[in-house]
Structure formats: C-alpha cells, structure tokens
Design a protein around this ligand. Sequence first.
Ligand code: SAM
Length: 277
Amino acid sequence: MTDQTQATSERFGFGWVAGGLPPPVTVPVEYHLHAMRTALGAPAFRGRVLDAGCGEGVDLASVVLSDGCDAVGLELSAGGIRATAARIAGSECARLIQGNLLALPFSDSCFDGAYSYGVVHHTDDPSLAVREIARALKPGATLLLYVYEDFSNRSLSWRLALSAVNSVRGLISRRSPATIRRFCAVAAPVVYLGCTLPSRYFRWAASFPYPITQNPTVCSLIPDLYDRFAAPVEMRYSEAGARQLVEQAGCRVRRSARSRGWMIWAEKLPSQRRTGY
Ligand SMILES: C[S@@+](CC[C@H](N)C(=O)[O-])C[C@H]1O[C@@H](n2cnc3c(N)ncnc32)[C@H](O)[C@@H]1O
C-alpha cells in the first residue's frame, strides 16, 4: 500500500467513526445509490452486487433490503469497516471485505452488478480502480459510478468557488484528522446559513456556486465537508473524462447525468474489448 493510500485509509476511517458507531439500517435509506438511480433512470440490481468503497455502509445495507440481492461491500479503511458492520448487523445478504480497489480480491466476472459512489477519484489510480471493478463484473452487468466534476463547463463563478475551496483544502488537508473534523464542525453552520438555507428557500440562490447545498441538517454537512477537506487525493473529471474512465475499462456508457458530479450508468461489454488507452 502506498503512503498516500495509507493516509486515505486513516483519514476516511477516522471520519466514519468520529461520531461513534452508527445504528443498523433496518429499512432502505434513499442515499447515494438512490441518487444515482434517480438521476440515471437505472433499474434495481439482481444477483450478486459489489459496493466498491462502501464507506459507512448505508447503501450496502439498503441495497439488500430494497433490491433483495446479495451484496458485498469492499472498503479500505478500518473505521469504514467497523461502521458498515454496525449498519449491516443482522443482515444475512450483506458481506463486508476490507481491501483495496486497486487490487480487488475477487476473481474475474463474479458480480452481476456494481456501484461506486465518490470513491475512485480518491484513489492513486482511478483508471485502474474502474478496470478492477469492470474485471470483476460479468459481461452485460451494470456499473453505476459517481465521480467529482471538474467544473470545466460551469460558469466563471463556479470555477472561482472551486478554486477558493481548493485553496482552503490545500491549507487544511495536511492537518490531523481530528483538527480537520473540528474545522468542518465550525464551518458547517456557516455553509448551512450561507448556502444551504438560501438555496432551499430562494430560487435565485439555487444557482449558488457552491456544490454542498442539499443537506437536510447542519450536522449532515460535517461529513460532507470532511470528505472535501480530509481526502489526500481528489481527482476531478469533465463529462468526457468520466465517460472515458468506464470506456477504457471495457464498458459501454448507457447514460450520464450531472448531479453534484458525474454519474455514469454503464454496462460491461461482452468481451474484454477496450476503447481508448
Ligand atoms: C467519499 S467516501 C464514499 C463512501 C460511500 N461510497 C458513500 O457513498 O458514502 C470514499 C470511500 O472510499 C474509500 N476508499 C478510498 N480509496 C479506496 C481504495 N483504494 N480502495 C477501497 N476503498 C477506498 C474510503 O475509505 C471511503 O470510505
């Protein structure tokens, strides 16, 4: 494991258990997987499904309840594994494996579907990460992927806002996880009052050049901000770049959508025929 991957594991692991272990999920939660399906119009999963980088396990616990499939959560950090174990407690259909997306501990073509929300752009090699997920998929299987957007086709104000956030990130991200978390706890009410509430109640503010505007509570903003400021690696993509990520892995894009980043619905091609690269 590289130093950077180790740092990624420690940062995320700290974040997932900083507030204590979460309660089990007993009814499906409309979380990140639901957001991808809604934006892309993608159907439910069947068979054996991989949650690549399951984080604290909300989607993993929910997908077995909502889709009636068997799901395997793969997560790098020990903290994420502990939190996910708490989320799936009592579920017979969800399994959990600690591992690295860049060297998946699965044989070829063993999953009927996979999804990965907000993970590959935090790895040392996002192209390899997507190739690994695709390798583990059966031909014809569905892949749902979400990556951060690079704002290249947004207005100047959005690009300036991203630069400002990145500058703060440059200053904060080298601090200890506890310090970053404290910073996020202080910043959350400011972002909530300045961005979240106005964009909820005033139409003019919906176009605020700041991506975190949909959180229901101040507290729910803290992990989102922590994600943004604590991750050692953060890659961003244009729509073409996001599509290329899955195409170079031997998948065909069925649909893409922009929703706080790029969401891609792809299908693994029958052979290992790869486009590009
Ligand atoms: C932003 S979180 C997203 C978690 C979850 N997918 C969700 O939607 O809430 C990114 C997660 O990816 C995990 N991760 C980062 N690099 C990874 C890698 N190389 N292998 C496996 N998991 C990784 C992190 O530990 C973290 O839990």
